[in-house]
Design a protein around this ligand. Structure first.
Ligand code: FES
Length: 133
Protein backbone atom coordinates (compact mmCIF):
# COMPACT_ATOMS: atom_id res chain seq x y z
CA UNK A 1 0.00 0.00 0.00
CA UNK A 2 1.25 3.49 -0.59
CA UNK A 3 0.33 7.14 -0.64
CA UNK A 4 1.30 9.76 -3.17
CA UNK A 5 3.50 12.69 -2.37
CA UNK A 6 2.37 14.73 0.63
CA UNK A 7 3.44 18.40 0.69
CA UNK A 8 7.04 18.93 1.81
CA UNK A 9 6.18 22.00 3.85
CA UNK A 10 4.19 20.20 6.54
CA UNK A 11 5.16 17.56 9.06
CA UNK A 12 3.97 14.11 8.08
CA UNK A 13 4.27 10.79 9.84
CA UNK A 14 4.55 7.33 8.27
CA UNK A 15 2.26 4.79 9.95
CA UNK A 16 2.09 1.01 9.56
CA UNK A 17 -0.91 -1.17 10.44
CA UNK A 18 0.69 -3.81 12.65
CA UNK A 19 -2.51 -5.88 12.75
CA UNK A 20 -3.84 -4.12 15.82
CA UNK A 21 -3.57 -0.41 15.08
CA UNK A 22 -1.94 2.16 12.85
CA UNK A 23 1.44 2.77 14.49
CA UNK A 24 3.81 5.68 13.77
CA UNK A 25 7.21 4.40 12.61
CA UNK A 26 9.10 7.44 11.31
CA UNK A 27 8.76 10.94 9.93
CA UNK A 28 8.04 11.13 6.21
CA UNK A 29 10.69 13.83 5.91
CA UNK A 30 13.30 11.40 7.26
CA UNK A 31 12.84 9.06 4.29
CA UNK A 32 15.23 9.86 1.46
CA UNK A 33 13.66 9.55 -2.01
CA UNK A 34 14.77 6.29 -3.59
CA UNK A 35 16.02 4.78 -0.33
CA UNK A 36 14.69 2.84 2.64
CA UNK A 37 14.94 2.55 6.41
CA UNK A 38 14.38 -0.41 8.74
CA UNK A 39 11.82 -0.13 11.54
CA UNK A 40 10.44 -2.54 14.15
CA UNK A 41 6.71 -3.25 14.03
CA UNK A 42 4.19 -5.12 16.14
CA UNK A 43 4.38 -7.13 19.37
CA UNK A 44 7.02 -9.43 17.85
CA UNK A 45 9.26 -6.49 16.82
CA UNK A 46 9.22 -7.61 13.20
CA UNK A 47 11.73 -5.86 10.96
CA UNK A 48 10.04 -3.88 8.21
CA UNK A 49 11.72 -1.97 5.39
CA UNK A 50 10.03 1.36 4.61
CA UNK A 51 10.73 3.00 1.25
CA UNK A 52 9.93 6.31 -0.34
CA UNK A 53 9.88 6.28 -4.10
CA UNK A 54 11.24 9.29 -5.96
CA UNK A 55 7.65 10.07 -6.95
CA UNK A 56 6.72 10.20 -3.26
CA UNK A 57 4.86 6.92 -2.77
CA UNK A 58 5.67 4.97 0.40
CA UNK A 59 5.90 1.18 0.70
CA UNK A 60 6.52 -1.17 3.63
CA UNK A 61 7.80 -4.72 3.14
CA UNK A 62 9.46 -7.42 5.20
CA UNK A 63 13.13 -6.56 5.78
CA UNK A 64 14.30 -10.18 5.60
CA UNK A 65 15.74 -11.24 2.25
CA UNK A 66 14.39 -14.78 1.64
CA UNK A 67 17.42 -15.69 -0.50
CA UNK A 68 20.16 -14.83 1.98
CA UNK A 69 18.15 -14.85 5.22
CA UNK A 70 19.73 -11.48 6.06
CA UNK A 71 17.70 -8.47 7.19
CA UNK A 72 18.92 -6.18 4.43
CA UNK A 73 16.00 -5.30 2.15
CA UNK A 74 15.89 -1.76 3.60
CA UNK A 75 19.39 -1.21 2.19
CA UNK A 76 18.28 -2.18 -1.32
CA UNK A 77 18.09 0.35 -4.12
CA UNK A 78 14.81 1.29 -5.74
CA UNK A 79 14.29 1.11 -9.46
CA UNK A 80 11.86 -0.27 -11.99
CA UNK A 81 11.42 -3.27 -14.24
CA UNK A 82 9.30 -2.00 -17.08
CA UNK A 83 6.37 -0.37 -15.31
CA UNK A 84 6.91 -2.28 -12.06
CA UNK A 85 8.51 -0.36 -9.16
CA UNK A 86 11.05 -2.63 -7.48
CA UNK A 87 13.59 -2.88 -4.70
CA UNK A 88 16.80 -4.72 -5.55
CA UNK A 89 18.18 -6.89 -2.74
CA UNK A 90 21.72 -5.74 -1.87
CA UNK A 91 22.77 -9.39 -1.40
CA UNK A 92 22.05 -11.38 -4.56
CA UNK A 93 20.33 -8.63 -6.57
CA UNK A 94 16.88 -10.19 -6.92
CA UNK A 95 14.16 -7.65 -7.71
CA UNK A 96 10.96 -7.49 -5.62
CA UNK A 97 7.78 -5.68 -6.65
CA UNK A 98 7.35 -2.83 -4.15
CA UNK A 99 3.56 -3.10 -4.35
CA UNK A 100 3.10 -6.85 -3.92
CA UNK A 101 6.43 -8.09 -2.52
CA UNK A 102 6.66 -10.68 -5.31
CA UNK A 103 10.14 -11.61 -6.52
CA UNK A 104 10.43 -11.02 -10.26
CA UNK A 105 13.52 -13.19 -10.70
CA UNK A 106 12.82 -16.44 -8.88
CA UNK A 107 9.70 -18.14 -7.57
CA UNK A 108 11.27 -19.87 -4.59
CA UNK A 109 13.97 -19.19 -2.05
CA UNK A 110 16.67 -21.83 -1.41
CA UNK A 111 14.67 -23.20 1.56
CA UNK A 112 11.72 -23.89 -0.76
CA UNK A 113 9.59 -21.06 0.61
CA UNK A 114 7.82 -18.74 -1.81
CA UNK A 115 10.14 -15.87 -2.72
CA UNK A 116 7.83 -13.17 -1.49
CA UNK A 117 8.17 -10.26 0.91
CA UNK A 118 5.25 -9.60 3.23
CA UNK A 119 3.66 -6.25 2.40
CA UNK A 120 2.52 -4.14 5.34
CA UNK A 121 -0.29 -1.57 5.07
CA UNK A 122 1.35 1.86 5.23
CA UNK A 123 0.03 5.41 5.14
CA UNK A 124 1.27 8.96 5.47
CA UNK A 125 -0.66 11.23 7.80
CA UNK A 126 -0.35 14.81 8.96
CA UNK A 127 1.70 14.82 12.15
CA UNK A 128 -0.05 15.80 15.33
CA UNK A 129 1.12 19.21 16.48
CA UNK A 130 3.02 19.00 19.75
CA UNK A 131 2.31 21.34 22.64
CA UNK A 132 5.08 23.91 22.77
CA UNK A 133 4.38 25.67 26.06
S1 FES B 1 -1.12 14.87 2.33
FE1 FES B 1 -1.06 15.44 4.41
S2 FES B 1 -2.05 13.78 5.37
FE2 FES B 1 -2.02 13.10 3.28
Amino acid sequence: MSEANPPENAEHTVEIDDGRAWTPVCRYQDLLPGRGVAVLVGPQDEQVAVFRERGGAVHALANRDPFSGAHVISRGLLGSRGSVPVVISPMLKQAFDLRTGRCLDEDHAPDGATAHLRVWPVRVVAATLAEVC
